[in-house]
Design a protein around this ligand. Structure first.
Ligand code: 25A
Ligand code: L14
Length: 340
């Protein structure tokens, strides 16, 4: 490990994910020589804290990246589409949390527990993509199972918190809940329906095939990260009135027999995973336990009795941490320790 220090930028520093990226850089003692905070003109001059210092937000422009070594982007897809190539042009390595570059064949899509070697491909475009939050936690749990039992097919349904949509959605759930319990009129602006006391089978936009973009991200990104282009995956993604952490019901069919005891053993030693599975004590993964930490919790591990080789799992992780900021900073650590 070198002792080099880097000039790092966070793009979208005032957002839910950007905030957490700053905290993760601090928590992991990332080799930051200098930190630049970037956001839209709305936030210029706002002070943000890093290691006891107060750093003012600057406006993101095409000239923002001169002299910056690594930029962590989380300001939405269109911002990344425009500004990531400009940053790369200036010699900055971009770690992008939007969906803009994930399926570009010249851009590696990385979950450090699964395909850390793919980081090497960053040289092609100067961009590394951070996967979708629901996909990250699923592949952290599925990859060790795939390596041992060969997964044939995955059927997943998600229960996703509002924080994935950003700060305004966190506010919307809070305000709607408060209005409901006070018998006041409920206002909505972020989601097409009330999210308080409701479940919406709709995340990101609908596509021509009847699936949502979020559902197809889970299909295509899982195949790319696990380097399994023929893996069968089908998803239903649902928004639930939870602030932090995504939960997932995952059904897996394997080629080799996969007795629950053996799956539990494989997961017990898998990187980034904690098995929480003791139904007799009412112990299973909960959104409230996953929030604020970096492990992917896996439980309810049981045989799918409807097929010869099948298993059911309940997988929960903090979508803002492992699903976004933590994963991006872990990619940054691989970059600084091995490549820069
Ligand atoms: O553009 P898209 O693709 O539709 O998606 C953008 C939205 O998705 C969220 C993000 O949430 C944003 O609302 N998001 C986060 N990660 C994502 C991901 N991986 C993601 N979407 C998809 N995939 P957020 O609000 O928590 O964070 C937004 C951050 O991005 C900065 N930003 C936005 N546009 C920018 C930009 N930075 C540079 N250039 C741009 N053009 C944004 O900074 C924030 O850091 P900001 O200064 O725009 O916001 C500061 C505060 O202002 C409030 N606010 C937000 N929207 C509005 C607003 N105020 C007034 N009007 C608005 N329209 C918020 O409170 C915000 O914290
Ligand atoms: O990273 O929960 O592609 O509304 C876009 C939708 C992140 C979550 C991504 C949401 C997702 C977001």
């Amino acid at each position: 490990m070198g002792s080099k220090q880097f000039h790092v930028a966070v793009v979208g520093a005032t957002g839910a994910v950007g905030n957490q990226m700053i905290a993760c850089l601090e928590e992991t003692n990332f080799p930051v020589k200098r930190l630049t905070m970037l956001a839209s003109s709305r936030s210029v001059g706002r002070p943000l804290r890093f290691r006891g210092d107060s750093i003012e937000v600057q406006e993101l422009t095409e000239r923002s990246f001169k002299g910056i070594d690594i930029a962590l982007f989380s300001a939405g897809g269109s911002t990344s589409e425009t500004f990531a190539p400009m940053a790369a042009q200036d010699g900055c390595v971009v770690i992008d949390n939007s969906s803009a570059w994930r399926m570009d064949p010249q851009v590696p899509l990385v979950v450090p527990e699964v395909n850390p070697h793919a980081v090497a491909q960053y040289t092609q475009k100067g961009i590394i993509a951070n996967p979708n939050c629901s996909t990250i936690q699923m592949v952290v749990a599925l990859n060790p199972i795939h390596q041992t039992f060969r997964i044939r097919r995955v059927v997943v349904s998600t229960y996703q918190s509002v924080s994935g949509t950003g700060k305004k959605a966190i506010d919307e759930l809070f305000n709607q809940t408060r209005a409901m319990i006070n018998f006041l009129d409920v206002e909505r602006s972020v989601y097409p329906h009330r999210i308080a006391f409701n479940c919406l089978p709709h995340i990101d936009k609908f596509l021509d095939n009847g699936y949502t973009k979020e559902e197809m991200k889970m299909v295509n990104e899982t195949r790319k990260i696990m380097e399994a282009p023929a893996l069968a995956v089908t998803a239903t993604t649902v928004r639930v009135p939870v602030f932090f952490s995504h939960s997932e019901s995952v059904n897996v069919e394997t080629e080799r027999p996969c007795p629950p005891e053996e799956v539990r053993q494989v997961l017990a030693t898998a990187p980034g995973v904690r098995v929480v599975d003791d139904p007799s004590q009412n112990r299973y993964p909960l959104a409230t336990d996953a929030a604020g930490q970096d492990l992917t919790l896996v439980g309810r591990i049981r045989r799918d009795e409807s097929v010869p080789n099948g298993i059911n799992l309940w997988i929960v992780a903090d979508n803002i941490r492992k699903g976004a900021a933590t994963n991006a900073v872990q990619i940054g650590q691989i970059l600084t320790q091995t490549y820069l």
